[in-house]
Design a protein around this ligand. Structure first.
Ligand code: HEC
Length: 102
């Protein structure tokens, strides 16, 4: 009986916590993990961004990449861009955020 109660409480907590994680703020993730190289506005006009010659995330060339393309860049890294180590839900939020930059 006690065990069942525990399981119930656990699943309840889990159910409550999950949407909060899924809605993790893409803007906040971008700000902490991506800004040093890509700039707050996505232009890449930061000392590191200029050095690495990152493309403007707002440009048509980058915006035309599909969500799957960007997910791959974020999970596997690309050239001098390191893997982001973000969870799938965070990758989704951050991609949604990149789409708002254009
Ligand atoms: C250490 C610097 C660095 C960080 C941090 C970084 N990037 Fe990048 N990013 C790069 C570089 C360099 C490229 C270009 C890779 C290439 O084409 O060789 C790139 C490419 C990209 C591209 C593909 C655009 C293209 O030019 O093909 C996207 C989208 C992107 N980054 C998003 C992000 C997001 C979102 C984050 C944060 C989670 C992030 N990056 C963090 C350096 C960085």
């Amino acid at each position: 009986m006690i065990n069942m109660k525990k399981t119930l409480t656990c699943s309840l907590l889990f159910a409550l916590a999950l949407p909060a994680v899924a809605l993790a703020d893409g803007a906040a993730i971008y700000k902490t993990k991506c800004t040093p190289c890509h700039g707050a506005d996505g232009s890449g006009q930061t000392p590191v961004g200029k050095n690495l010659k990152v493309r403007d995330l707002r440009s048509p060339e980058v915006q035309k990449l599909t969500d799957a393309d960007i997910t791959k860049v974020l999970t596997d890294g690309k050239g001098k861009m390191p893997k982001s180590k973000l969870e799938a839900a965070d990758i989704k939020s951050v991609i949604a955020y990149i789409r708002t930059l254009k």
